[in-house]
Design a protein around this ligand. Sequence first.
Ligand code: NAG
Ligand code: NAG
Ligand code: NAG
Length: 205
Amino acid sequence: MLHLIVFVLALVSHVSAFDACPKCGGMEVPYPLSTRDDCGEPRYKTYCNNGVLEFLSAAGFYYQILSINPAEHRLIISPPFILENTCYSPDLPEGGLQLDENLPFNISTRNTVMLLNCSSSILSSPLNCSSNSLCRQFEAAEEGDGCQGTLCCHYLKDSAMTSHRIRVRVGGCTAYTSVVDMKPGESIDMWHYGVELQWVPPNSS
Ligand SMILES: *[C@@H]1O[C@H](CO)[C@@H](O)[C@H](O)[C@H]1NC(C)=O
Ligand SMILES: *[C@@H]1O[C@H](CO)[C@@H](O)[C@H](O)[C@H]1NC(C)=O
Ligand SMILES: *[C@@H]1O[C@H](CO)[C@@H](O)[C@H](O)[C@H]1NC(C)=O
């Protein structure tokens, strides 16, 4: 009898919402992230498109979710995309990466942003556009080939900045990328390209 009750309870808890969603492709979708109406929390919407878990920006671009750390409420999405052999990021004319301010996600303070092919007006900004800026290493590497030799800058996105977008308007740059949790002096082979987001856990607001 007890076994039956436990079994029924297990069934009930399985069909209720607020459970973790099933895997997407090979990736776990931890609670509260939600890929469907019947699991997770609807405000933490992600998308499972052909087995690839994705995050939708406010401007309507999908970014692949590369990793998730449920204990720390963090996830890393794919870095802003630069079209091959160009120095152009398609989401930039729409304002770059922007999150919907009504959703419980923000951009963490561990992202080092590199702006590429900027106009000289960017030199009046507080960004690091010096000849030893980290963006020079990116430009010199294969990943940044299309942007080689352009005026570029980097900055650490810190808590003084708006947490729902990556600022790119200043200086009319045409491409950008981001590295998560960059350590001082770390070689480019160790860089983790991506943008780290955080979420406010349910029930904490
Ligand atoms: C850099 O930006 C300018 C416009 O500001 C554009 O004409 C040029 O093609 C870009 N350079 C590269 C390498 O994409
Ligand atoms: C710019 O960044 C480089 C690399 O991190 C650093 O060595 C340099 O001191 C920075 N320059 C300025 C003006 O902040
Ligand atoms: C972003 O969200 C986290 C998690 O709730 C919060 O601790 C942090 O203060 C927020 N950051 C900003 C800059 O709003």
